[in-house]
Design a binder for this molecule. Structure first.
Ligand code: T3D
Length: 269
């Protein structure tokens, strides 16, 4: 893979963007502070995600961190500075829209967790569609240590990923969880050897990029939406989605390719 290229003047040091084929890799880039979030880094990441969403050639995004960490959550030095907007405003005005933006991306998002993911950094990763982590990576719901509740979607995500008992265990103890433990409890998709993380994440993303993007994203949205529905309503929603998807190119192509015993070429986004 080539060296990442910067996104744009003004925000270039904080988030790096690199395209390889249809896969866009977005790298959080404040390694000196373990890629913890400042207000400018929030803006840079949100802009990078928006640009990926608007670029038709991008069919999958990989989110990772520079250096030895994925992301250590909120920059705690910034929060105590005079210019900080305050904790409540930060969460509502920055973490909430970021978590929603990831969940509403029009392409799959793969987290490649290269090192420690703490606080909002952990929940940013866990909000992605598929989470791969290096063996040496770890996940910490660090909020309890500083007197906060899990944010960036943590209260919603954790019980859904691992159930109430484990979610509360993770959140109340703020214990460090290894990537292997995270995989074992179903918090993440896969833990891989450190040296293989970048290659594995890119191979997975490249594979997702060849699949019917619109159906993949509809699957994520349907599963999220079904959390609020009874079985009857979820079944109806599945029918509505299949009706909409089956009139699109990719369904016609998938069926035609199967019948012709050839590889499909999907293009809807
Ligand atoms: O505004 C709000 O607070 C609301 C929003 C909340 C969202 C949240 O994310 S709350 C949770 C915030 N994050 C944390 O509490 C995690 C704090 N960091 C740590 O507990 C540890 O750094 C780690 C467990 C993540 C890693 O430990 P270790 O031993 O590998 O590294 P280290 O030595 O602690 O950190 C290395 C450097 O990164 C160090 O700087 P230095 O001394 O080399 O100049 C450290 O201060 C800096 N760093 C790490 N995390 C943060 C940070 N600087 C600012 N903010 C951080 N979150």
């Amino acid at each position: 893979m080539n060296a990442p290229t910067s996104l744009a003047a003004g925000i270039d040091a904080l988030v790096l963007v690199h395209d390889e084929g249809a896969v866009r890799t977005i790298t959080l880039n404040r390694p000196q502070a373990l890629n913890s979030f400042t207000v400018p880094m929030h803006h840079a990441l949100r802009e990078a995600l928006a640009q990926a969403a608007q670029t038709p050639s991008v069919r999958c995004v990989v989110l990772t961190g520079a250096g030895r960490a994925f992301c250590a959550g909120q920059d705690l030095a910034e929060i105590v500075s005079d210019s900080s907007p305050g904790v409540g405003d930060l969460v509502l005005e920055l973490y909430k829209p970021l978590a929603l933006q990831v969940r509403q991306m029009p392409v799959p998002v793969v987290a490649a967790v290269n090192g420690v993911a703490a606080g909002a950094g952990a929940n940013l990763a866990l909000g992605c569609d598929i989470v791969l982590a290096a063996e040496s990576a770890s996940f910490i719901q660090a909020f309890a240590k500083i007197g906060l509740v899990p944010d960036c979607g943590g209260t919603w995500l954790l019980p859904r990923l691992v159930g109430r008992a484990t979610a509360l265990g993770l959140a109340l103890t703020a214990d460090k969880l290894s990537a292997a433990q995270a995989q074992q409890m179903g918090l993440i998709w896969q833990c891989v050897p450190d040296a293989e993380l970048t290659g594995a994440a890119h191979a997975l993303a490249a594979r997702l990029a060849t699949l019917p993007t619109r159906a993949l994203v509809a699957t994520r949205l349907a599963m999220d939406g079904a959390q609020h529905l009874g079985l009857d309503a979820a079944l109806s929603e599945e029918g509505r989605l299949q009706a909409a998807l089956s009139s699109a190119h990719d369904y016609q192509e998938g069926v035609a390719a199967f019948l012709a015993k050839r590889a499909p070429v999907f293009k809807d986004r």
